[in-house]
Design a protein around this ligand. Structure first.
Ligand SMILES: O=C(CO)COP(=O)(O)O
Ligand SMILES: N[C@@H](CC=O)C(=O)O
Length: 324
């Protein structure tokens, strides 16, 4: 089944992307032996075949509790076996419980920050895991969530700075997942805010930045082009329409995103395997031979996300409709 993204938008995205799409091979970097550990670990998250990355984040249980679709993290981890997925993102509890059962080649990112949706305000994140514990759990990288545009932003930035420095000292790469979220933010998908998030990841020295795609190819491509840090596009709340989700992901990739780090739109779908297969196909399709559509996924009608948070954007506004 073909996607619903008008081909003209995809062409616009491709035109907005850098002329030379960046291929993320970490062998052509200048020799700096203090970076060897970080480079070796970072390269595990990029397919040598495509130079791109698929990460499955399953770290939503801290914020959301019993999120529909995320009841059995161990079972969901079975999804990555045998698929061209480069990594999973877990909180330390599931990493401890299931890390040993992960395929040996699977990159493990341990989430260092967390906060629940019941807090006042609900967008704060605090450090809940140390770099040392992540290393003991076999982490290949660590991650922190930074929500910008709120009264707790300065603390999240300070936490990121401190933890990133510590992780780098230990040779661990750092994924910054950055989203506009909080009191100062009117529209979490405002393209200029998303561009700022991408820029922020690069400025703060993240090794990977995760950010949502707001549906504006030109600004997304420009921010990616100006970022020294590879950008992974996040998925946002389960939208109940795999077609539109996949079309938006395809557009983000055409803008130069280095891969996809999407959770809810996969594990909340009634057929997570099918959506994950479609994601893998999109991300790892040979350059210049991107699939015409994102694979054969069930029609929107049979597709409702378990939590019903699925306000699909209309065709002209086919970018994700909610934050990471
Ligand atoms: O990176 C992410 C969570 O840590 C992104 O998850 P979603 O795709 O569910 O927004
Ligand atoms: N890392 C995310 C988890 C889910 O979206 C967050 O902290 O919000």
């Amino acid at each position: 089944m073909r996607n619903v993204m008008p081909r003209t938008r995809l062409r616009q995205a491709a035109r907005s992307a850098p002329v030379e799409p960046r291929f993320f091979s970490f062998n052509d970097q200048p020799k700096d032996f203090s970076m060897t550990g970080i480079r070796r670990r970072l390269s595990r998250f990029f397919s040598p075949r495509s130079g791109r990355s698929v990460i499955l984040p399953l770290d939503h249980g801290v914020g959301e509790g019993m999120l529909p679709g995320l009841e059995a993290v161990g079972r969901l981890l079975g999804l990555v076996a045998g698929r061209e997925v480069q990594g999973v993102l877990l909180n330390k509890g599931p990493a401890r419980a299931h890390g040993a059962a992960l395929p040996p080649c699977m990159g493990l990112i341990v989430q260092l920050s967390g906060g629940t949706k019941h807090a006042l305000p609900p967008y704060g994140r605090t450090v809940v895991c140390s770099v040392g514990e992540a290393l003991r759990l076999g982490a290949d990288a660590v991650s922190l969530q930074i929500n910008v545009g709120n009264d707790l932003e300065d603390r999240m930035l300070a936490d990121f700075g401190a933890m990133a420095d510590e992780a780098h000292q230990a040779g661990l790469p750092v994924l910054a997942v950055i989203a506009p979220r909080g009191g100062q933010i009117v529209n979490e998908m405002d393209p200029s805010l998303i561009s700022h998030c991408i820029r922020l990841g690069a400025e703060l020295g993240a090794d990977l930045t995760g950010a949502p795609y707001g549906g504006d190819p030109a600004s997304f491509a420009e921010a990616i082009e100006s970022s020294d840090t590879p950008v992974l596009v996040t998925g946002g709340p389960g939208r109940g329409d795999a077609q539109r989700f996949l079309a938006a992901m395809e557009e983000a990739l055409a803008c130069g995103a280095a891969g996809i780090c999407a959770g809810r739109n996969i594990f909340q779908h009634q057929d997570p395997e099918e959506v994950l297969d479609a994601i893998v196909n999109l991300v790892h399709a040979p350059r210049g031979e991107e699939p015409g559509g994102p694979g054969d996924v069930p029609s929107p009608g049979g597709d409702a996300a378990p939590d019903g948070d699925a306000s699909a954007p209309d065709e002209q506004d086919a970018g994700p409709d909610a934050g990471a």
